[in-house]
Design a protein around this ligand. Structure first.
Ligand code: GLN
Length: 478
């Protein structure tokens, strides 16, 4: 069965009795079954067909919510009451969530149906989705390659048409990088735009929930519903949520804004095919009347160090709660409490998570706190002020999302540094707390997709929707 693009069309078709939401759900369920080798889903919920009947009924009698017809997946670091919440970790392999994340609750209140949970790197730490208790996720475009991470399962569930959208999470690029590797759109919102309540903490001052999709109108509809203040998250913003869907309807006057191109981002390390593709996009935008300005972010050379020091510090503290006492795995053959802590954590956590805990504990230890943690905090401020300054000169910044296209499975697993360098264009955005979107921009000569990243001012998600429209139209115009 062919499923039309955009959930709104599905809703219309149901209204005109072309098919039912159960037909759509059954189609997705059979696709998930026949694509099991991708390892995208960690569980599919049992009640989804009956839920489809309920929403179908509501559509037919005119009482359905704003997202009726939408079927989505949720990254397994986000809580859904009563469902498994493994965070792809052995330490939570049997854990079920006690409450739902605010974003999930808001989706469900508007009649979106969550079809299941999707695989990711353990506690969202990684760039390849190979650090998972459930095993690696495969890239549907080339199954010998990674889908990117940490939200690899989310990206694949959308790219392989196993659902319409997916909720993922970002700490340093985990939505934009897999979106780029899988040829779909991924939106990372401003820090505080979407409540973090129910999102398992990795690095609390960086983390945010975000959305993957193929249809930008689906992403806009979802964001309108899940964004906004939540009394359960003191860092969520009270700034009103825009009408993102209506922004997509507006005409764009290309002469009213300026796009900045970062000098430092187009130099060494960037795959030449991506560089050429983006340069040709920039020329087309210029020809369409957009003002293009070259800008500099001099502190970008410190992004990776700063990001990994600060996020590991926060992670080492956040992950202290998995101690075998309160929930999750407990190693029972220990003879005293300390041994139980050690054995539980040694057994439950994977290699990358242990690496981050050790790194984080080290940079927070009294002898090294000033040299690493405090210094990194200062550099974070400088990186943020780089963006503040540039955003006085331009309205948006355009950059590559990733330095390369998807790499081979196992290629970087033993080389953490080269894995970390994947975040070179994305992590700065999380350090600064600003929004960015990865938009499909082209393919390399191996047929592997890559994205273009547009970065906006804090809380200007609306501008990113406008840029998505402009850039997709520009790319598709020849
Ligand atoms: N690759 C980055 C890391 O491993 C980003 C992770 C994320 O955004 N959750 O930390």
């Amino acid at each position: 069965m062919q499923i039309p693009a955009g959930f709104y069309q599905v809703k219309k078709d149901i209204e005109s009795h072309k098919y039912s939401l159960r037909d759509i759900m059954n189609e997705y369920l059979s696709r998930i079954e026949s694509n099991k080798d991708l390892n995208a889903f960690t569980c599919v919920f049992e009640d989804v067909t009956s839920r489809a009947d309920e929403v179908n009924e509501k559509i037919l009698n005119g009482s359905s919510g704003k997202l009726a017809g939408l079927i989505c997946s949720v990254k397994d670091v986000i809580s859904i009451k009563g469902k498994p919440l493994t965070c792809s970790s052995g330490i939570l392999s049997d854990f079920k969530a006690l409450y739902s994340a605010t974003a999930v609750e808001r989706l469900e209140n508007e009649d979106a149906i969550i079809i299941g949970k999707v695989n990711c790197d353990e506690f969202a730490m990684g760039s390849s989705n190979e650090n998972s208790f459930h095993g690696p996720v495969l890239n549907p475009i080339d199954k010998t390659r990674v889908p990117g991470g940490s939200s690899g399962g989310s990206a694949v569930s959308v790219a392989a048409d196993l659902c319409m959208i997916s909720l993922g999470s970002e700490t340093g690029g985990s939505i934009r990088q897999p979106a780029s590797y899988c040829g779909i759109t991924g939106l990372k919102v401003s820090y505080g735009r979407i409540s973090r309540f129910g999102l398992t903490a990795f690095a609390s001052s960086f983390d945010s929930i975000g959305v993957f999709g193929k249809e930008i109108s689906d992403i806009a509809s979802v964001l309108e519903v899940i964004a906004g203040y939540d009394e359960n998250d003191s860092t969520s913003s009270e700034i009103p949520v825009d009408r993102y869907c209506s922004i997509l309807e507006e005409d764009i006057n290309t002469e009213t804004f300026t796009i900045g191109i970062v000098d430092e981002y187009f130099s060494e390390g960037l795959n030449p095919e991506i560089k050429a593709g983006l340069n040709s996009l920039i020329e087309k935008l210029r020809a369409a009347g957009v003002k293009i300005k070259s800008v500099s972010l001099p502190y970008s050379k410190y992004v990776i160090q700063t990001y990994y020091i600060l996020t590991s510090a926060e992670a080492s503290s956040n992950l202290a709660r998995y101690d075998g006492v309160r929930y999750g795995l407990r190693e029972v053959n220990s003879t005293n409490l300390e041994e139980m802590y050690v054995n539980t954590r040694s057994e439950g956590f994977g290699t990358e998570v242990k690496r981050r805990i050790m790194l984080g504990t080290y940079v927070l230890s009294s002898g090294y706190y000033d040299a690493y943690y405090r210094k990194a905090q200062k550099v974070r401020r400088l990186i943020k002020s780089d963006f503040d300054r540039v955003f006085h000169e331009v309205d948006y910044i355009l950059s590559p999302t990733t330095p390369t296209t998807a790499f081979k499975l196992k290629e970087k697993i033993d080389d953490p540094l080269s894995m970390y360098l994947n975040d070179i264009y994305t992590a700065s955005i999380n350090l600064a707390g600003i929004p960015a979107i990865s938009i499909p921009a082209g393919y390399d000569s191996n047929g592997l997709p890559y994205g273009v990243q547009v970065i906006g001012k804090k809380f200007d998600e609306s501008g990113l929707f406008k840029m998505h429209k402009l850039i997709s139209n520009t790319i598709n115009s020849n």
